[in-house]
Design a protein around this ligand. Sequence first.
Ligand code: ADP
Ligand code: MG
Length: 676
Amino acid sequence: MDQKVSSLKGVGDNVASKLQILGIETKDDLIWNFPRKYEDYSEVTPINRLKPGQVTVKVKIKQATGRYVRRGMHITEAVASDETDSVRLIWFNQPYRAKAIKNNQEYFISGNYELSRGRFSIMNPSAELASNFPVNTARIIPIYKETKGLKSFTIRKLIAGLQDDIKQIDEGLPKFITKEQKLIPRFKALLNIHFPPSAEALDEAKKRLAFEEVFTLVLTSLINKQENIRAKSIKIPFKENLAKEFVGKLPYKLTDAQRKAAWQIYKDIEKDIPANRLVQGDVGSGKTVVAAMAALMVMEAGYQTAFMAPTEILARQHAKSLSEMLKPLGMADKVVLLLGSMKPAQKKNAHASIKSGQASLIIGTHALISEKVDMHKLGLVIIDEQHRFGVEQRKQLLKKAGHVPHLVSMTATPIPRSLALTVYGELDVSVIDEMPPGRKPAITKIVSPNSKKQLYEKIDKEIATGRQMFVVCPLISESDKFDYLSAEEVYKELSKKVFKHRKVSLIHGKLKTDQKEKIMSDFAAGKIDVLVSTTVIEVGVDVPNATVMLIEGVERFGLAQIHQLRGRIGRGQHQGYCYLMTGDSKAPGKRIRALEQTNDGFKLAELDLELRGPGAIYGISQHGELDLRLANISDTKLIASARTSAQEFLDKGEKLSNYSWLEKEVAKNRLITTLN
Ligand code: ADP
Ligand code: MG
């Protein structure tokens, strides 16, 4: 199956290079390149009963003639007959047709029967000699993703030539599962997904292949969970008085949801099974203090906590707020910041205090996993916005301790239930579904570029009252590829014209860290009125006086991402406003409109999942790993039966090593789902 397509008959350099554009390099790629859609030409109709539309006839052809008509257009006409009647066939600009047609041979002709110049004809049909296994006619015809110079009929022919290979493909799933779930054999599903003999056969093929996609995901997460349970961690005793003291010294009262999440973590880490919990809660729901409570208990037990944030700005912010929270307990000096951008001497100090154990709450970015850090007493890892870390990075960090540390990850991007049950099935989940009191969600409005002027005037009035504004752009600089406004262009426009009487600044990921820090701290201090940025401000940045956000080219962003962005504004006592500027004047789609209608991060994530697939939410599709070709990840019935089977597989003590295909799939899936 790894054999290159170039070894196949009919694949020269040209076809091979076109196939490569479609991502097809091997036989296996060809077989797993499923049709995009199908057209049903399966019914052969006698000519005297043809009705306008897509038709198939079984005919002999005569009088095929080609000629050039005006403006270099070529026309081939032929007369096709069966025993009932005759019909005209017309091809445009396919001059080879007339010669290719053999007299007195029976053909299948499939095409559109329609009125052309006063009479009904079959236009631009596919034609092939009648046989028991037609490929381009007289069947449910697969339509593949095409590219310039490579049409579906070439792909069809190649796959039809692989039928014998397909028949050799292993079953893959245990027999008890295919039986229980009433699944057709794997090879048959693959044959039928390309060349379905009937609509029912196609449905069965899809059912089988969708099942195995979800089954392998669920099985992976159950195996991960099993392994996690077998691993040893450190028991962190719960000290109620300490927790009470900490909470009592906070400047606010915890919400019930925060209390519950903290409690769930305490229960987890009391055991010597490594915790593997995800805390999800909207932006501003107060996840940081929950993390602090977890760290507190671990520190008290004499172990260290590593707290990883996605950006240096956020790591600094966390270090500051965690130190403040721990100060009343006399533990502020236990917090140490470790960042890639720190000077060597600073780093050395940080490393030394980590090594000596003097620092027990280590906050940083991925620099935390750099080789030099000694974390032999690491008891807990907290990962803020976990989906922003690669799996490899997580693994490295978890390796450092020698034992498996407890893991708590936090995210503002909700996991839709379907994904929680499949891809992330091994995680325990806490949901902070309650906002601290007094929060007013930002008012969100879609605006067309046409009404920019009025909008700017309105915003200027808001700025005049002392408020601040974010402008978020999808790109840093101008790009030929995309039509969207870049941060640099918008900055120019706003600083030189629209808001030239205001203080306007620009921040983006290409700036040096100290530059970014300076700008962010100036903004936080109110020295900047309008901050033009890319998504570097996406997570965590807390500036309560910022009340307006304008998002340019809003279509370019994921819903969850926009939802996070707008969580940055209206964090103080003033009402926040989020304006979504569409890239052009066209009416916005359902996806973007949903942002106006709901402030529920869960609903938005579900919708993004439905409309754009799981990759849109977690950015995992870019790794090319979570590649669901057939399964609809929101299909709860499918997920339920896959779970039943996967659980049964494990309960029966089945060995993965007895199922080579399954073993390989699970290994592949683990790359995206494993947290330890
Ligand atoms: P997120 O969940 O987005 O990480 P944070 O932990 O940054 O949210 O909290 C957002 C803000 O809410 C912070 O300023 C924090 O001090 C405040 N906060 C957290 N919990 C509460 C609470 N129970 N009552 C009032 N304010 C709170
Ligand atoms: Mg946060």
